[in-house]
Design a binder for this molecule. Structure first.
Ligand code: ACM
Ligand code: ZN
Length: 488
């Protein structure tokens, strides 16, 4: 039988005959410096497997391939030779644990599943307006106050009960170790200067007016931003980042940078003074300059900062300062950043945002997306990422069904590039993963929903937006960066 492999190996050659293949099949392994990082070669012949790997990660990926061969070949498998290595070094999945909290056990299931498909980055969204989910020892109120909201009123659904949860530092270490054993790097996101309400609910001096604010219970973009003109607020951020750096051993740290309204800065003497002192012509520049300062601070600690594409607007950030995660932009600023040598993570809203319904983002649409197109050339893209925001994701079951199978399209692109095989061939490989995923406790969306016929797509979209749009959200503009600008 022919194995169903996902992601698609870069080179696979059938050799004549077939081998008996199961857990008892002998596997010999060796290393070869001639292979690219994370790469491996695997041969199945004469009822034996030979693995040659570039490094530990390469051997791990060879074993994932072997596992899929065993799972999908049912005892007798075509003899074959595989030579395989990823196209992209950064292959990520993102989970928002703020809007709805998902704890250690759920995350472990997702991480295990992601590793099976050779994803190697877990982007962990830990702070937002509706919840601060990371224990910071120096600032205990961040979780004493910021980890609980009295209710959840996302869209039309009023949950009518408090929502609470955070990760202790011990739990973070547990997740980091769990990921490391699966060659996954954890990239924590400490979101600023916007999406900062939960922090300000805990420590009101962080805002421009110092006035108390309440943690948010609804979806949206909120005016409560970090006062970047206040030295004490900036010191607070450095102290938080110090603890985060100590907790997460990885190379990258995401510092947000999206959707930060400017009204508070406009009315703030401290922020205006900082602009004047630093010769910054706009609030976009004030943000870009601050992100650049933080990135330099993190660089001294051996970390590379990642920021959402909005931080490019001020024009401060150069190729060596940050990695940019592109999700949505009206004016294409990511492309020139990439062309100047900057590294970009492609997380296109219309293709790789999996909190939206299948009617809006069908599997075929995600699969057909060329992640190299927006930024110009394959060499300009450092990574791809599938995102799962959780305002409207109220159960782990729903979370899994939103991610799977669409996340597998991201895994295929990150490892195998674009284009790879045909969509029908990809579908076969996806379907073969239903049982293995179920065994991990991950339900996959029923196949009938992956690519709805046109007449069922619109009702699916309407149903979703009926449950998620409120008059407030409509007033803000659902996707503020895609429409008319109201800034400054
Ligand atoms: C984002 O989705 N606001 C990055
Ligand atoms: Zn201010």
């Amino acid at each position: 039988m022919k194995p169903q492999l996902l992601p698609c190996p870069r080179k696979l050659r059938r050799i004549s005959g077939a081998s008996r293949l199961d857990e008892a099949t002998p596997v010999a392994t060796q290393r070869s410096a001639a292979l690219p990082p994370e790469g491996y070669a695997l041969t199945l012949e004469n009822d034996r497997v030979q693995i040659t790997a570039a490094d530990d990660a390469g051997e791990f990926y060879a074993r994932q391939t072997l596992r899929q061969m065993i799972e999908t070949c049912g005892g007798a498998c075509d003899n074959l030779e595989i030579e395989d290595a990823p196209v992209l070094a950064y292959r990520a999945f993102h989970v928002d644990c703020c809007r709805h909290f998902y704890g250690v056990d759920d995350l472990k299931k997702l991480i295990e599943a992601a590793a099976r498909f050779k994803l190697n980055v877990f982007h962990w969204h830990l702070t937002d307006d509706q919840g601060w989910r990371l224990e910071i020892k120096r600032y205990p109120r961040l979780t004493e106050v910021g980890a609980t909201r009295p209710d959840s009123r996302f869209g039309g659904v009023i949950e009518g009960k408090p929502h609470s949860g955070y990760f202790t530092q011990a739990q973070v270490r547990e997740i980091v170790a769990f990921c490391a054993a699966r060659h996954i790097e954890v990239v924590p996101e400490i979101e600023l200067p916007g999406h900062f309400t939960a922090a300000m609910a805990a420590y009101s001096f962080l805002g421009c007016t110092g006035a108390p604010v309440e943690i948010e219970m609804t979806a949206g973009i909120f005016p409560h931003v970090l006062c970047v003109g206040n030295p004490e607020a900036r010191e607070f951020v450095r102290q938080v980042l110090d603890e985060v750096c100590a907790l997460f051993p990885g190379r990258y740290l995401h510092i947000g940078g999206d959707e930060a309204p400017r009204a508070a800065w406009q009315g703030c003497a401290h922020c205006r003074e900082r602009m004047e002192q630093r010769g910054l012509p706009s609030f976009d520049a004030l943000q870009g300059d601050y992100i650049k300062e933080l990135a330099a601070y993190l660089k001294e600690k051996g970390k590379t900062a990642i920021t959402w594409n909005e931080s490019l607007k001020g024009g401060q950030l150069g190729a060596d300062d940050v990695l940019v995660q592109r999700w949505m932009e009206r004016k294409p600023l990511t492309k020139p950043f990439a062309q100047a040598g900057g590294r970009v993570i492609e997380a296109d809203f219309y293709h790789y945002y999996f909190d939206y319904p299948y009617g809006m983002t069908p599997l075929k649409k995600s699969f057909s997306f060329d992640p190299f197109k927006k930024t110009g050339a394959p060499t300009s893209v450092f990574g791809v990422e599938g995102c799962l925001w959780t305002e409207f994701v109220r159960s782990f079951n729903d979370l899994c069904e939103k991610l799977f199978p669409r996340l597998l399209a991201v895994a295929e692109r990150g490892w195998s590039g674009f284009p790879t095989r045909s969509f029908p061939a990809f579908l076969e490989a996806v379907e073969a993963q239903r049982a293995p995923l179920a065994a991990l406790g991950i339900p996959m969306r029923p196949r009938v929903d992956w690519d709805l016929p046109p007449h069922r797509r619109l009702p699916d979209i309407i149903r979703f937006f009926k449950g998620s749009l409120t008059p407030d959200l409509l007033r803000q503009g659902l996707f503020p960066d895609s429409g008319k600008k109201k800034e400054q």
